[in-house]
Design a protein. Structure first.
Length: 649
């Protein structure tokens, strides 16, 4: 390892070689590895429109009238479908077929696979799915890479193949090759779901054996006609139509968006009126398709709208002699829900600790700005940084490689290699760095075993950092008590040999607590305790917002901060270029403390100030924060101000 990382030129060559590998891999468009089920051409009776429908024997065993739910799209707004399905299930309304389009297709897959409504609700109201979207690289096919989302949905579902679903499920796409609608009924979730929500430029259009599939929303946002093609006798349709927060269309983006919305709603409404027995309209025009953070509100809205129409729906079913769901089936469903809840915990834990093993090659550019990132420093709290950091992530199966550098001259390089799944709970993690200083070149490396549990993780290993060998131990934990959340991170470095004068265990401990106070306020105490000098690779982050102290050799270094945040959330998120979303502005006040204990005596300084932060999102899924603050340092008797941009892609 010393030989490998002592040469800057060798590291640069390694990064160039991996970049070439990434580029060549990115140029190859991903294709399905399995043979897709053959399809038949079906002519819809009323209009004569042609559909390509996958052959699915389980759709041909119809022995009773079929009640279908056609789940409409609409981005985040379409999460009203979760609340609608929840209400139908509570009222024992039979659902024999679920058909989805766009975001409705995602909800259809989750529900049709047998996932309990409570689990679906929990999944979409957390940040799990949005966090899985990657920036694509290179940006030839789309801005966003969706493969991790599709893979996770497949693994998270009780059944991975659509033909195995307990509720027959179909997804609607549009085939650009032949200009017809395509209905998915079979195959792996990760391969079938993509075409239903592929929006050109944003999400990749999928090539399935010469059929180029995309979101059919402009032609049929609520797939009621597709449900009829599949033989539904009663069709319950849902809508989540868009409305724009302005009434002038002089700007090109506004005019184009308005035109798309008009065509989409007109086409879909005609289909809904012709084929639906009951329509559950959800007025969500005041919201953005990017408002995934309002998932709970959308679910509640869909639930209320469905409940209002239950009496009418029961009359429709009674008129066609269709009984409500049997109590015994309801009990079996609840038992299956219990078993499923027990089996999904490990998957969520693996996602939390980035331990998922994908069946495709994942290549992702890394870009950081505003906060310091390092494989050798803690992740919980990060110091402010005005230096752009960038690199690459490469992953295939259990192997995960990350490279990180900063600036233009490659004076600092880091690499991390992880082997996922030595055991179901243990990973092997190797780290190395190269740094060129005025006094010469410095290198370091380490090797850890990391043990993972749902609410904590422990590390044990060895490191050689700047010619000093350490035994390394560490851990992270997370505790939740209602509105109170506590996170902590600890690192211990015990020197084994090396420079004289380095004695005793070096430690860094960080802790963050968050406590909701009412509806709009959050109290956030933070703390960092360490006895580590600034020149150490694993030095603690500086969270003191006064004038930064010098972290010389010391016995104790304590930083603490008490911050009160006020959150103002917009009823309708502000949008820029239809892809950048401002969903929230926070105003905060804070008091910071910095305490040094040295042999020569202790020193305490204080700072207080106010600030603001804007919570921004790219397409509602990739967050970044812009803001700033002013602080008065009582020790220096002077003011300090700073602008901040926390960018992490």
């Amino acid at each position: 390892m010393k030989v490998l990382f002592s040469s800057k030129q060798l590291l640069i060559r390694l990064m160039v070689a991996i970049n070439l590998l990434v580029w060549s891999s990115g140029l190859i468009h991903a294709k399905t590895e399995e043979v897709r089920p053959p399809y038949q051409i079906v002519e819809e009776e009323a209009t004569g429109e042609l559909f390509f429908v996958q052959n699915a024997p389980h759709f041909n065993n119809k022995q009773k009238p079929t009640v279908a739910v056609a789940l409409g799209g609409g981005g985040a707004r379409a999460l009203v479908n979760v609340g609608i399905l929840k209400a139908l299930e509570e009222e024992k309304i039979p659902v024999d077929l679920v058909v989805g389009s766009s975001m409705g297709a995602i909800v259809a897959v989750l529900y049709g696979s047998g996932m309990p409504i409570a689990s679906i609700e929990e999944l979409v109201t957390t940040n799990l799915l949005p966090s899985l979207f990657d920036l694509n690289f290179p940006f030839i096919y789309s801005v966003i890479d969706t493969r991790r989302v599709n893979f996770f949905m497949e693994k998270f579902s009780p059944y991975q193949r659509m033909e195995e679903f307990p509720i027959p499920t179909a997804l609607l796409s549009y085939d650009l090759t032949n200009g017809v609608k395509y209905i998915h009924t079979s195959g792996r979730i990760s391969r079938e779901i993509q075409g239903s929500y592929s929006i050109p430029l944003f999400f990749p259009v999928v090539n399935y054996d010469g059929l180029y599939l995309m979101d059919p929303g402009i032609l049929e946002l609520t797939p009621a006609q597709a449900a009829k093609v599949l033989g539904a006798d009663v069709i319950i349709s849902t809508t989540a139509f868009d409305a724009l927060p302005y009434n002038t269309y002089d700007l090109p983006i506004r005019a184009w968006t308005r035109f798309i919305n008009l065509q989409k709603e007109r086409n879909s409404q005609e289909i809904i009126d012709q084929y639906s027995d009951l329509t559950i309209n959800c007025e969500v025009g005041d919201y953005s398709f990017m408002d995934y953070h309002l998932a709970a509100e959308f679910i509640a809205l869909g639930y209320c709208e469905a409940k209002k129409l239950i009496p009418e729906l029961k009359r429709v079913l009674a008129a066609k002699n269709i009984p409500l769901k049997d109590d015994e089936l309801q009990t079996q469903s609840e038992m299956a829900s219990h078993n499923y809840e027990q089996s999904r915990s490990k998957l969520v834990t693996d996602l939390k600790y980035e331990r998922l093993r994908y069946d495709f090659t994942r290549i992702k550019p890394i870009v950081y700005y505003g906060k310091e990132h390092s494989f050798f420093k803690q992740k919980l709290l990060k110091a402010e940084s005005s230096t752009l950091q960038y690199g690459l992530l490469w992953q295939r199966g259990p192997a995960n490689l990350e490279l990180l550098t900063r600036g233009k001259s490659f004076d600092y390089l880091e690499a991390k290699f992880k082997v996922i799944g030595l055991t179901p709970s243990v990973d092997l993690i190797g780290k190395a760095f190269y740094e060129k200083e005025r006094t010469g070149e410095q290198t370091g490396y380490g090797l850890d075993l990391k043990y993972h549990r749902p609410h904590y993780a422990l590390s044990l290993g060895w490191a050689d950092l700047k010619s000093t060998q350490y035994l390394h131990g560490g851990g992270i934990f997370e505790l939740n008590w209602g509105k109170t959340k506590i996170k902590g991170e600890t690192d211990l470095y015990t020197p084994l040999s090396g420079h004289t004068g380095i004695t005793g265990t070096k430690y860094v401990y960080s802790q963050v607590m968050s406590r909701g106070v009412g509806e709009y306020f959050t109290l956030q105490p933070r703390m960092v305790v360490s006895n580590t000098a600034e020149q150490e690779v694993f030095a603690p982050p500086s969270i003191y917002r006064g004038f930064a102290p010098t972290l010389a050799d010391q016995e104790l270094f304590l930083q603490s901060s008490l911050q009160l945040d006020y959150h103002h959330r917009f009823a309708y998120s502000l949008e820029l270029f239809q892809c950048i979303q401002l969903k929230e502005i926070s105003f905060f006040s804070f008091t910071d403390l910095c305490y040094h204990l040295r042999e020569k005596g202790d020193e305490t300084t204080y700072a207080a100030g106010i600030g603001t932060a804007c919570d921004l999102n790219l397409l509602g899924i990739k967050p970044f924060i812009f803001g700033g603050y002013v602080a008065y340092d009582f020790g220096k008797a002077s003011w300090r101000g700073a602008l901040s941009l926390d960018l992490s892609f």
